[in-house]
Design a protein around this ligand. Structure first.
Ligand code: CTP
Ligand code: CA
Length: 227
C-alpha cells in the first residue's frame, strides 16, 4: 500500500542531520549561544526515519529530545559539531539545520573568570568558527554526500541573501527561513520557507515545522528516485 511505500522510500540511505544551537565556552561555567529550539531539525530527522533512512543526528542545545531511532550524537561547540559531522561521513545526504555560532571566544579560560571589584569588565576576543555546511559541500566527489541541504535564517532581503548564500556555500538545496520577530518562527512551531533548488525561489506556505519536514522528505525521496 502507499503507506508502506512511503515507509520504505529511503531504506538503505544514510543521512546526517545537524540540529539545535552550539555553545561556545567563555570559561568552564559560561558560554555564548543562540535561541535555536532544535524543533525543525528534530522534525526532519523524524520524517527521514519514517521513510526508512538511517539518520546520524548531530545536535546541540535543544528544547526537544532527539527522535527515538536516530544515531544521536550530542555536541557542545561548533568545532565539536564539525568533528562529529566529518566522523559520520560517508552519507547519501546531509541536512544542516543547526544554528551554529559564527564566532567563538578566542580563549576559553580554564578557571571561572572572577569579577573585578574596580568596576572594569572583561572584553572577549572572538575568532571565526569553521563553516560546517561549506566544508561538506566542498568535499570532492568521492566523499561529498549526493545531496547537501542548507538552511538560511534571514530577517531582511530574504531572496537575495538566500540566493547568494546558496552559491557561496555550494549546497544543492537551501531552505530560507524568515525569522523576523513578527513571524514568530524562531523558536516557534511554524516556519515560512522559501525553497531554492536553483536560483529560482519557490514559496512554501507558512506551515508547521513537521509539515516542512514532510515536504522536504518527500522532495528528498523523489530526488533519490524512490517516491
Ligand atoms: N552553518 C554551518 N556552520 C557554520 C555556520 C552555518 O554549518 N559555522 C550552516 C547552518 O546550519 C545553515 C547554513 O550554514 O544550514 C546557513 O547558516 P546562516 O547562519 O544562515 O549563514 P551564514 O553563512 O553563517 O551567514 P549569516 O549568519 O551572516 O547570515
Ligand atoms: Ca550564521
Amino acid at each position: 500500500c502507499a503507506y508502506f511505500e512511503k515507509g520504505q522510500s529511503l531504506k538503505g540511505k544514510h543521512f546526517i542531520v545537524t540540529s539545535g544551537g552550539t555553545r561556545e565556552p567563555i570559561d568552564p561555567v559560561r558560554y555564548i549561544s543562540n535561541a535555536s529550539s532544535g524543533k525543525q531539525g528534530t522534525a526532519i530527522a523524524q520524517s527521514l526515519l519514517n521513510r526508512g533512512a538511517k539518520v546520524s543526528f548531530i545536535y546541540g542545545a535543544s528544547d526537544v529530545p532527539p527522535p527515538a531511532g536516530v544515531d544521536a550524537i550530542a555536541i557542545g561547540s561548533a568545532q565539536d559539531m564539525y568533528d562529529a559531522v566529518h566522523r559520520a561521513l560517508p552519507a547519501d545526504g546531509a541536512i544542516f539545520c543547526a544554528a551554529v555560532a559564527d564566532w567563538r571566544p578566542k580563549q576559553a579560560g580554564a578557571e571561572k573568570i572572577k569579577k573585578k571589584h574596580d568596576g572594569t569588565t572583561p572584553s572577549i576576543e572572538m575568532v571565526l568558527n569553521p563553516d560546517i555546511l561549506k566544508s561538506v559541500a566542498e568535499l570532492d566527489q568521492t566523499k561529498r554526500p549526493a545531496l547537501v541541504v542548507g538552511f538560511a535564517a534571514e530577517t531582511e532581503n530574504l531572496v537575495e541573501h538566500a540566493r547568494a548564500k546558496r552559491q557561496r556555500k555550494g549546497c544543492d538545496w537551501l531552505l530560507a527561513n524568515d525569522v523576523s520577530p513578527e513571524t514568530g518562527t524562531f523558536g516557534g512551531d511554524q516556519n515560512k520557507i522559501t525553497f531554492f533548488a536553483s536560483d529560482q525561489p519557490e514559496d512554501w506556505p507558512k506551515m508547521s515545522k513537521s509539515g516542512v519536514a514532510e515536504k522536504l522528505a518527500d522532495a528528498i525521496s523523489k530526488h533519490f528516485g524512490d517516491a
